[in-house]
Structures are given as C-alpha cells and as structure tokens.
Design a protein around this ligand. Structure first.
Ligand code: GCW
Length: 738
C-alpha cells in the first residue's frame, strides 16, 4: 500500500470512529439546562477566554469535588478548551484563575478578607467577585460552607450559559427559604402517581448495588437550582419503605446526594407500626408505638446520618392517621417529631385533608388545622397546597397561609401537570406559582404576602425515566422554575431574605434563563419562546376552567373534560359538586349566603371577592353562583364571557403553534419536532375541552354559541361517552372505566 492510500484509509477510519463516537441521541433533552455547549457568541467567548484560564479549588470535601467537577466540565465545554489547575501559594492566585472555596478550605480566599460580605451570605449563600490579588486578576467564588461554593459555581456557569458579561462581578446571593424540597409521588413498583414521564427514576430493584448515572445528573440538576431536599416516595406510602431493605436503598441515594447538598426524606405510612412492626395499634399515645417510631428513627439515622425527616399524609383520601384513634393531627405529628428530634430531623405534616361531610371541601383543611396552631412540636412543619381544593389551573391562595403564625408552613406546588394537561400540554407554571406567592393575605396588614408566611416550598415532581426527564421538553421549565422560585422568588420572604441584595425573580426572568440555557441565546428565538411560555398558563385556564371554574375534569384519571360527571362515591369527587350549574346559573356560592368559605380570609382579602358585581372575572365562579346573564366586568354576560374564554383559549393555542412554526430552523430538529407534535395534541384537546364544556353548560343556559364561531364537531352524548383505558398516572390496570 502506498503512502497516500494509507493516509486515505487512516482518514476514513478516524472519521468512522468519530461518527460512531458522536452521541447517539442528538439533542434529546437529557442534559436539561446544563448543556455547557461552546459559547456561540464570538464577543462573549473572547471575553470569557480572556478572563478565565485556570482554576484553583479549596481543599476537597466531597461537595467541593462535585463543585470542581462541575466547574471544570462546565467551563471546558463553554470555552471549548482545557483549563489548568493551579495550586496557589498562601496568599496569591494564578493569573486569570477562578478561585473557588471557603475561607476554611482555601488560603488565598482567607487572604481576601471577605468576612463582612460572607456574614450576609448565611449557610447556603455565596459571593462571586472579580478580584485583583498581588497584581493578578481573577474571580473568586466563595461562601461560608462548601455547599454555598457549589451553588456559587452553578450561578457562575449560568452567567456564561446565558452569555452575560463576567467583567466586574459583585454578586451576592442566598436563598430566601430554608426548605426547597421535591416530593416524588413514586411507588416502590416504579409507577408514579400522577406521573406522565415514564416510570420512576428510582430503580428500587437494582438499588443499592447499581447506581444509575441518572441519580447523579438528577442531583446536579437540583443543586444547580438550589433544591436541597427530596422525598423519594409517594405520600400514599407503602409501609415497606421503612423496612431495612428499602432503607439501604434510600441510604445509597442519600450518600450520592450528600455531595450536592440534598437531604433525603421519606414519606411514611402512619400505620407502619402495625404493618411492619407487628403492633396491634398505631395510636400515637401508645407507649409501644412511640418506642417503635423512636427505634425506627434511630435505625434510619444509623445509616443516613443527615436524614431530613418524614413527610406524612394522614387521614386524607383513605390514608390512616391519628384520627383513627380519636387523636388529632398534632398528636400524630408530635409522635414522629419526638422520634426525630434527637437527630435534628423534621416532620412535614400535610394539611391536605377533607372528609365526606356536607361542609364545603374548600373549608375543611382550615377548620381542621387552624385550631391546632401552637400545638405542634418545634420540628413540625405543616405543608399546605397552594389553593384550598387541589392544584387546579386557578385557585385563590389557601386560607391557612398567614393563619397559623406559630407553625412553620411549607408551600406545596404541583409541578406534574395532573390538572394542566399532563405532559402533553405546554404550560409554564411560574405565573401560577407567582400569583399565589405574591398574593396578599393581609393577615399582618397590607403586604403580608403568601411568600412571607412560609418557611419552605415543596414541589410535586414531574420527573420520570423518560429520556428528557419530564415528558414534554417544556415541562423541564417547571422543575427549573420551582427551584429558582424557592431560592429567590420572594424578596419579602422571612426571615433570611431581608439580607438578599437581589430583587425577587420574576416569571419572565426565570423563563429567559431557562430558554437561554436549554435552547438558545438567539434573542429573537428567546423572545418568541418566552412569549409563548408566559402566556401559556392563562391560555390553559381559558380552554379548561375559565372564570373561576374548577375540578371539572375526568373522574379518577383526571384526563380531559367531564363537567357532567356525577357518579363518584363521594359528592366532593364529582365535577357537578364544584360548578353547580343549573337553570338559574353557575358557580359555587362561597359567600355568606353559601358555604361562607370567605370568612376564613382576612377582611381585606375577602373584600376583593365578596361582591359578585366587583369580584374579578377570573375568580367569579369560585365564589359566586350567578345567573347566565350576569353582567361581567368585561361588559359581556356570563354566558358570552364563558364562550369568549373557551374560544379564545383554542385560538391562543393555535397562535402558539404558529409561533413555534416560525422556529423551524432556529432550534434543533429533534426538540422542534417533539414540541410541534405535542402542540397539535394540545390544540386538539383544547377544542375538545371547549366543545364538551360549552355543549354541557348550554343544556342549562339554553343560550346559543357565538355566531360565526367554529361549531362543535360532535354532540354532547359523544363527549360524555368517551372513556380512556390506561390513562397514565393512576396505576390502574386499564380495565377500569372513567
Ligand atoms: O390531587 C390529588 C391526587 C392524588 C394525590 C392527592 C394528594 C397523592 O389526585 O393522586 O395523592 O391529591 O395530594 O394527596
């Protein structure tokens, strides 16, 4: 073989190797918002390359080595070149180095004397600064703790990923809430209650020996947005979770997550002492039961020394609880709190309770919990859903916020879109979260926002083992937004936030950050996507549950519209219970003439809703039963407005489709195509919601659909007759009908 033929062969061979070693999945969404592709803006790239040429780390702990790995892989990807590690002398740094560490772990950081700034950073905050030390320029990322350094590293990488200037940095940040926790509703058989992104990411079968790469990437993603806790299993909990075998598995995850500042928590079943402990009772006042929980807690802390604590759903939707023994929620929570207290663990006790009584379901949690304020042990937090019913597309804030001043409260938001189109609808939830967090409870006078009444935030996870984690490429944004809002969504949140020197994050800012990191920094594309995202929640409200309607979806699986449904065994599981449509009108009267749920709010809060002639249209049917010809604030009659909303909702989804179509060649083909297909589903389902709901409500209003509007392509009977086998998220066998 001559020299040229040999060279040719070599070239062919190496290109074959290169093409085989390219990632099999193009842009498949797996990397979430941590893509670290080379910066494609030449001016920025130049700046970054000029300012960064090496790095120095404080002496390693496992957290600092996670920080170093992230910093190096992130910077090398973004800058497109390798960085050298420099080992600094006592008081110096390498030229153009990133210096990361705490004063305790790094001599040059100590030499900078940032004590004053660090005093304000708390135990999780950080400082990022441009510095000059002995004539050498660099950037320092420092904190009081190793985890603060890791958070700082992620912040720094975000600056580069979103192509911000890194000249003259003077950043100081810290979280506004102490507990920022994901709640997985994952079962031990890997089904996920209300999960629409495949199976559970926890492979309980192969744990603890096999540690999937996903577990680490999950931890990285969470740490990058400041999430510091995860509840691994469903609140409808299996008692098996507390057996030695499963605790081993949880311990393996905890061991990995520890390097990312994430504590593991477990949901527990209140009757576990009976089911796995062989006791006759789970009565919280029984000494044997108390001892059983104490021993269980000791056992857990022996293998998970930094275990976070327990999350409990008790006496709710059939779950056992203290009331089975005539005891209160406080008795139940305190039982577990006492067991965890010696280990600094906490109990997160859910307030999502309602029973089969004639009383308005919206009032029950408040009635149950408000009198218990002051009765909980110090390590109990009460976790309250954002609204008084159940994660609907729009609800007023829960009346418990601000009503239990002696009890720390956790906010519970739902990231998984149980009631907002599963993972086939594009719905960006930050505006829903912000609407609640920014609402004024007036419980301590004007400006007592919901955010100011909480100590932590829980998000019901939307994560599964789908390649892109969340099913819909845009559902990732809800995970991202949850973390960012728990970190910095409320300037006013107590008490640490007072020392944050940055304003509260807005939905738009969070969307922009996410788009730039996840899709592209091209400003025109960012704007188009951002506009879609910001409008999407209101659009969904319009085509699903406008004007304060709620809970009118399919029974059990909660898929699609079923406002007619009235066959559930309990009244308050039926859509008809919630909309109360009749010949006279529609809506739930929760004023003094009705259930008077209004009285659970402070007078100033009440005032905005209590009069049907001044109540904002968006909330009207939540609070009032009004006639079909009621005059809305918009000037239309109720029936006209209802039609208008449903029709506008559909039109707006179609506008989202057109907007997306303009991005055909501007983002990667894989995700473009996925979203395009999903938007088609969303558009079809919006039409379905509109037609089914309007045809049904029309049987009461007896008024006509808008002249010239699209006519329903089926009659009401057809919509009523639809049923769905294998709708995801219920864990049912497929034979059950809706
Ligand atoms: O929204 C309802 C869901 C249930 C869920 C319950 C809860 C985990 O339909 O699937 O159960 O809320 O929050 O406990």
């Amino acid at each position: 073989m001559n020299k040229y033929a040999f060279t040719l062969l070599l070239v062919l061979f190496s290109s074959a190797v290169i093409s085989f070693s390219l990632p099999v999945h193009g842009e498949d969404g797996y990397r979430l918002w941590l893509r670290y592709d080379r910066v494609n803006n030449p001016v920025r790239l130049q700046q970054y390359r000029t300012l960064i040429s090496c790095y120095e780390m404080g002496t390693y702990s496992s957290v600092l080595s996670a920080a170093r790995d992230e910093l190096v892989s992130g910077l090398e990807g973004l800058l497109g070149r390798t960085l050298s590690q420099v080992y600094p002398e006592q008081s110096g740094i390498g030229e153009r180095c990133i210096l990361a560490g705490t004063p305790a772990s790094s001599a040059p950081v100590r030499y900078l004397h940032l004590e004053k700034e660090l005093a304000a950073a708390g135990s999780e905050g950080y400082i990022i600064r441009s510095i000059t030390l002995k004539g050498r320029q660099g950037i320092v990322i420092t904190a009081n703790t190793d985890i603060g350094v890791l958070y700082g590293v992620f912040h720094f990488l975000r600056l580069l990923q979103t192509q911000q200037s890194i000249q003259q940095l003077t950043i100081q940040d810290r979280p506004s809430l102490s507990y920022r926790v994901l709640n997985h509703w994952d079962n031990l058989n890997r089904t996920v209650e209300r999960g629409y992104a495949g199976e559970s990411i926890w492979n309980w079968w192969t744990l603890p020996a096999y540690m999937d790469q996903r577990y680490k990437d999950y931890a990285r993603a969470n740490a990058s947005i400041g999430i510091n806790g995860t509840v691994l299993n469903n609140v409808n909990a299996s008692p098996l979770m507390l057996t030695a075998d499963y605790l081993e598995k949880a311990a393996a995850l905890a061991g990995l997550f520890r390097s990312y500042g994430i504590k593991v928590y477990l949901s527990v079943r209140f009757s576990a002492p009976i089911e796995i402990g062989g006791l006759k009772t789970a009565d919280p006042l029984d000494p044997e039961v108390q001892q059983w929980w104490r021993q269980k807690a000791d056992e857990i802390y022996r293998i998970i020394p930094d275990f976070g604590g327990f999350l409990v759903k008790a006496n709710s939707e059939g779950q056992p609880g203290p009331q089975n023994y005539g005891r209160t929620h406080a008795d139940g929570a305190n039982l577990l709190a006492d067991a965890l207290a010696p280990h600094q663990g906490i109990v997160i006790w859910r307030a999502f309770v309602y029973s089969e009584t004639p009383d308005d379901r919206a009032k029950q949690a408040y009635n149950e919990f408000k009198p218990l304020d002051g009765k909980f042990k110090a390590n109990v937090l009460v976790q309250v859903k954002n609204g008084p019913i159940d994660f609907q597309p729009r609800e007023p804030f829960h009346p418990l916020f601000g009503a239990m001043p002696q009890t720390p409260l956790m906010m519970e938001f739902q990231l998984t879109q149980e009631y907002l189109g599963f993972s086939t609808h594009l719905v960006y939830l930050a505006p829903l979260f912000k609407e609640c967090l920014d609402a004024d409870t007036y419980t301590k006078g004007k400006g007592s926002t919901v955010a100011a009444t909480i100590t932590g935030m829980a998000g019901v996870a939307n994560i599964g083992n789908d390649r892109n984690w969340c099913g819909h490429p845009f559902a990732q944004a809800n995970w991202y937004a949850f973390g960012r809002l728990a970190w910095g969504g409320s300037a006013a949140a107590a008490p640490e936030a007072a020392s944050r020197n940055v304003p509260a994050l807005s939905s738009a800012q969070i969307a922009e950050e996410w788009i730039r990191q996840t899709f592209t920094n091209d400003p025109a594309v960012v704007d188009t996507i951002k506009e879609m995202m910001l409008a999407s929640r209101e659009i969904t409200v319009d085509y699903m549950t406008p004007l304060g309607l709620h809970h009118i979806m399919g029974y059990n699986h909660h898929y699609g519209p079923a406002p007619w449904y009235d066959k559930a065994s309990r009244a308050d599981w039926n859509p008809v219970y919630f909309h109360k449509a009749d010949m006279a009108g529609i809506g739930f009267d929760r004023t003094a003439t009705g259930s008077n749920a209004l009285e659970q709010y402070a007078p100033e809060a009440r005032r905005q809703w209590e009069d049907s002639t001044t109540c904002p249209d968006a909330w009207l049917l939540w609070w009032h039963h009004v006639s079909w010809s009621h005059r809305m604030l918009s000037g239309r009659t109720l029936w006209e407005e209802l039609c208008h909303k449903y029709y506008t909702g559909v039109d707006s989804v179609r506008r989202m489709q057109s907007a997306w179509n303009t991005l055909r060649w501007k983002i990667d083909p894989e995700r473009w195509e996925q979203v395009q297909m999903l938007l088609t589903i969303q558009a079809n389902e919006a039409v379905w919601w509109r037609n089914a709901c309007l045809l049904y409500f029309q049987t009461f209003s007896r008024m006509s659909l808008p002249a010239g509007g699209e006519l329903p392509d089926h009659d009401l009977k057809y919509y009523e007759g639809l049923h769905f086998y294998y709708a995801p998220g219920t864990g049912v066998t497929g034979l059950e009908k809706n």
